[in-house]
Write a protein that binds this ligand. Structure first.
Ligand code: AMP
Length: 189
């Protein structure tokens, strides 16, 4: 049992959030809630949300906040999310971060720890080009990095004001990153 079980993962595309979140989710038995995966699923199934989100995701743009807000509100109220979760890819804007604070207080909940995975752009570009997802073309990658620096990076200041922020060097071997996060989950540092 870890001390902390409500985690927010954020970082640039290709930082390894998904990989780390998946590993920790399995090892700690906490659901992994990845908004990108949920959106890709919705697109594959051509649900109403999927149809609205499709062009944004394919172009590497952020899907409008209202869509994400409804999706996260619904997901955090599912039974499996009552004793913990790893949010991966949400929030991505200050507006989303403020929404999440409000939602958690409505639900009488709170996040325990924000983990920021830091990786330099050059490394990210190499990693993403090797990944080969539909939105991993050269132009889209550049665009997603710009979106990250413009819209998501300000979350560092937002969350740093609190004592629940951990910056991890994501440019090191995967198991080392996992261990660093696990220590923080167990000891709260
Ligand atoms: P990801 O799998 O986290 O890289 O997300 C893939 C794509 O899904 C992003 O480029 C966005 O188009 C969309 N997306 C995922 N999460 C969010 C979010 N929190 N806000 C807006 N768009 C999102």
């Amino acid at each position: 049992m870890t001390k902390y079980s409500r985690l927010i993962f954020f970082g640039p595309p290709g930082a390894g959030k998904g990989t780390q979140a998946k590993t920790l989710s399995q090892e700690c038995g906490i659901p992994h809630i990845a908004t990108g995966d949920i959106l890709r699923n919705a697109i594959a199934q051509q649900t109403a949300v999927g149809q609205k989100a499709q062009s944004y995701v394919n172009n590497g743009d952020l899907v409008p906040d209202e869509i994400l807000a409804a999706l996260v509100r619904d997901r955090l109220q599912q039974p499996d999310a009552q004793s913990g979760w790893i949010l991966d890819g949400f929030p991505r804007t200050l507006n989303q971060a403020e929404f999440l604070d409000q939602l958690l207080s409505e639900l009488n909940s709170a996040y325990d720890l924000v983990i920021y995975l830091d990786v330099p752009d050059e490394i990210l570009i190499q990693r993403l080009l090797g990944r080969g997802r539909k939105d991993d073309t050269k132009d889209t990658i550049r665009h997603r990095l710009d979106v990250f620096h413009g819209q998501t990076e300000p979350l560092i200041q937002f969350y740093q004001q609190e004592n629940r922020f951990l910056q991890v060097d994501g440019n090191q071997p995967l198991p080392q990153v996992t261990e660093r996060i696990k220590t923080a989950m167990q000891e709260g540092q």
